[in-house]
Design a protein around this ligand. Sequence first.
Ligand SMILES: [Zn+2]
Length: 369
Amino acid sequence: MKSISAGPGDPADFSMAYLEGVNLLLNERGNDAVEALLPLLETHPEMAETHLSLGRVFRKRGEFEHAIRVHENLLRHAGDAPQKQQALLELAQDYLKAGLLDRAEQAFQAVLQNKPDELTALHALAELFELQQDWVKAIQIRQRLVDLGLAEEKSVIAILYCELAESYLQQQNLQDASRALRLAYDSDPDSSRGTLLAGRLAFSAGHTEQALAIWRALLESRPESFGLVLDDFLMAVDRLDNPELQREIRLQLICSQLPRHLSPRIAEWIARQVGLEQAINYLYQQAQHTGASAEDLKSVLRIYRQSRAQAGGAHGGCQDIEDFVDLLPEQGVVYQCCQCGYRSPTHYWKCPGCRHWDTMRSQGELIHA
Ligand SMILES: [Zn+2]
């Protein structure tokens, strides 16, 4: 007997079409899978959940175009308001991952219009504004998260205010920079990035001693963060016309438990300040605790070369040794994310691996932790 109901509405045909779609998906034929599965939604609205997941699978695989097609189709055929909202949220995340930032922002804002406390949308929108370095908008969104009870967002807001202050500082706009910095401290009075910046702000305004006082407090309380400001710090000490204070600061620097990768830079500075002997002595003391590194050895050599050049440039007989030392490998990774393990020779305030704020630690810090 011939079946009267042919087409995707028929249970047997539906099963066949569904299986075919899943097979195509498993065989990495995303385009064909979408063509096979999308029409099923029109006749079987109960499949909405499956389509949500299907879109997520595409997004996870990096097949954003397919994810967007699936979720757009779902949005068009959504039966009720919660389903529509869910489809819109997924679609917004597809756009974000695909780098279609304007469309992502619009979609997230639409989600939040329906449900202002949708945490996924708020987090994603903050991420989106941070990607665009729109710090003011990112702060507004993170503030909404704080208002919803997520107190840990406060320290992120402090960092965002520091980003804002830094951008003002780059434009030499010291007034707005200090205003942003005050707001950073309001949000997190312990912000170590705030302290780094407060010193740089004082230094930029020509208040060298004030800058040094701020950074010395940081050197005392958070030596692990001090590397980020070391070059500015040494420049400020050089600028001081106060030998007594310079001596005091030098001693503090020598006695501090700083990350080891900073030792060569400090040794070369000591050599310039008070001479070769004290610089080598400092490096030797440091190496006694943790062992000497290739960077230490290169630093010793640079100090000898400089001192020899100052003494008239006579070439001694150690060129062979110098050639060997030059072949030592450069120091590798210095910073590592304590959340995801991302490693980099550069410090990032926001980890490029996991997108968490203020999770990069210098290696010395990790060894002591
Ligand atoms: Zn990370």
